[in-house]
Design a protein around this ligand. Structure first.
Ligand code: SF4
Length: 323
């Protein structure tokens, strides 16, 4: 690991100001991803800004009937929160499907939003990777790409977003709140928070340099059956090959409403609103899957994700509509 300067600010303003003043600074909270990346020298920050003492660990109701989750709320605490379990069960289920109990006790809401891809070549500094070293190439294209993207990829990068939580937040239309060094705040819809790789796969979110995540806000809960189905190589402590976060409402025997977001398929949580409309209008998972998978392209070893997505969605809809 390379030497770095360690700072532990006492206020949000100090943290944001340090991040804007110091070149190559990174915020750290749980450190469950960043420390691994530093040990491998995939990330080599000059300054670590420890935000653990900032007052961002609360969960509170919003006046609109939603929930505001502080950036430092641990994944385990968020999954166990009574309102999350009652009103946002898809989020609780997604969180519990992620990592291990020990990691969930450390990992934070903001850190989970920012966790980086698990592409093998990204972590292997002997291999070309445009995300780690822009312009060096992509070892996964033409390499072992079983876990890689089939949607929204580019010729620069075919990595996926590894998070389960982010998929549920996309289905729930969450908003990410931030603050900058000048005190300016932003509320970024989750749909605009994560980026597709394009020609700049090293830029993964719409955060501006030095901007600090302060909270994630969930809108009023939507009625329906909340499901998170994650398909992976082993039953626990593995990343999704394909996952579906769904909130499906019934209208008698029919599907009355649907929210569907997918993980394991792209560089960002994947949601296609026309797929939801197709499910409501036809009641058929296959019709929704066609809309979700429009433009899907396998790279050889990951071709199986396309039929797996169809089957996983079919199982989710069957679960939601079972009498
Ligand atoms: Fe790097 Fe992306 Fe290619 Fe993986 S898929 S090697 S992260 S450029």
């Amino acid at each position: 690991m390379k030497a770095f300067t360690y700072e532990r600010p006492a206020t949000i303003a100090q943290a944001a100001s340090l991040a804007s003043e110091r070149p190559n600074a990174r915020f750290i909270a749980g450190g469950t991803n960043l420390l691994d990346l530093m040990k491998l020298q995939v990330e080599t920050p000059a300054t670590l800004i420890d935000v653990n003492r900032l007052p961002l660990a609360g969960i509170e109701d919003t006046p609109e009937g939603g929930l505001r989750v502080g950036a430092l709320v641990r994944n385990a605490d968020l999954a166990a929160h009574p309102r999350v379990r009652r009103d946002y069960a898809v989020l609780a289920k997604a969180l519990l499907a992620g990592a291990s109990g020990q990691l969930r006790n450390k990992a934070t809401t903001a850190g989970n939003l920012l966790q980086r891809t698990r592409c093998f070549y990204f972590y292997d500094t002997t291999k070309p990777c445009n995300k780690r070293e822009p312009g060096s190439g992509c070892a996964a294209i033409g390499g072992f790409n079983r876990i890689h993207a089939v949607l929204g990829a580019s010729e620069s990068c075919i990595a996926t977003n590894p998070s389960d939580m982010n998929v549920a937040l996309r289905a729930l239309d969450a908003t990410v709140e931030t603050v900058a060094a000048d005190g300016a705040t932003r509320a970024i819809p989750i749909a605009e928070f994560h980026r597709l790789p394009g020609d700049t796969p090293e830029v993964e979110t719409s955060l501006r340099p030095g901007e600090l995540i302060t909270a994630v806000t969930l809108p009023r809960p939507v009625p329906g059956t909340h499901i998170y189905r994650k398909v992976r190589d082993r039953a626990s402590y593995a990343f999704a090959l394909v996952s579906v976060a769904a909130v499906i409402g019934r209208d008698g025997d029919r599907v009355g409403s649907a929210r569907l977001a997918f993980g394991g398929l792209a560089h960002k949580p994947w949601r296609v609103e026309t797929a939801e409309q197709a499910l409501v209008s036809t009641g058929r998972a296959e019709a929704a899957a066609e809309a979700v998978l429009a433009g899907a392209r396998g790279r050889g070893a990951n071709d199986f994700k396309i039929p797996l997505t169809r089957r996983t969605l079919r199982a989710v809809v069957a679960d939601a509509t079972r009498a």
